[in-house]
Design a protein around this ligand. Structure first.
Ligand SMILES: [Zn+2]
Length: 241
């Protein structure tokens, strides 16, 4: 590894020693964010399906209520027809008889129309019952899948947490030596800004993270090892083996 001639080179060398751990830590932390998000997305799908089922149930209830209302209306209309028939049967006045007959015909037409509507609504309601059956079967399957997925996610989270604490303890062991605090601050900032890769090796005067050439003056400073040198293109802390 590096020849640690200067205190800054020693710092850089220590940081390089934890860089690999930090890259893994970054991945583990990403996973720990992704896993609960994945579960939440699946839970949302289930909730959507439940909401759709409830909406169909509500529609079906609405249809049943409407059918009962129309049926009650038809009962009242039939009672009225019987009353009108009695009235016209007991009357000798042709004007009254005609008026009764006219109203009876109107009522009969309305009853017929209502019957047609009721049949249509009952068919629609039956279709909804079929749809509900299918949706509820689908929901049961999806709930089973979700339970499995959720268990898998719990396991993965536990594993990731375990890996994370191992990495963290290795990291703090390696960081126990003297490290320049400013350099460490910069390193930590770059870790999150550059997706877990705060440092870059320089080979043949080229940054191995972004593959841009390093200007000669920076190369000279890098060789002296008195201060932190960042890649002018990707900002990463440069390191030369
Ligand atoms: Zn670079």
């Amino acid at each position: 590894m590096t020849l640690a001639n200067t205190p800054m080179q020693e710092t850089i060398s220590t940081l390089w020693g934890i860089q690999e751990i930090d890259r893994d830590l970054f991945r583990v932390e990403e996973e720990l964010k992704r896993l609960p998000a994945e579960r939440a997305a699946r839970a949302k799908k289930l909730e959507d399906l439940k909401a759709r089922i409830q909406a169909v149930k509500d529609e079906r209830n609405g249809l049943e209520i409407r059918v009962r209302e129309i049926e009650n209306q038809s009962i009242t209309q039939r009672q009225r027809i019987r009353k009108l028939e009695e009235e016209s049967g007991g009357s000798r006045d042709m004007a009254i008889v005609e008026a009764c007959r006219y109203e009876v015909r109107e009522l009969q037409r309305e009853i017929k129309h209502s019957e047609r509507i009721c049949v249509e609504m009952m068919l629609e309601s039956e279709q909804k019952v079929e749809d509900l059956k299918a949706s509820e079967e689908q929901l049961a399957i999806e709930e089973g899948h979700f339970a499995e997925l959720s268990e898998g996610i719990d396991r993965e989270i536990a594993e990731a947490e375990g890996r994370k604490s191992e990495l963290e303890s290795t990291r703090s062991e390696r960081l126990s030596g003297d490290v320049d605090p400013e350099a460490l601050n910069l390193y930590n900032r770059l870790l999150s800004a550059r997706e877990g890769q705060a440092m870059a090796r320089v080979e043949s005067q080229v940054c191995q993270a972004c593959y841009m050439s390093i200007p000669p003056n920076l190369n000279v400073q890098l060789a002296r090892g008195n201060k932190v040198i960042q890649c002018p293109s990707c900002d990463r802390i440069l390191f030369r083996i």
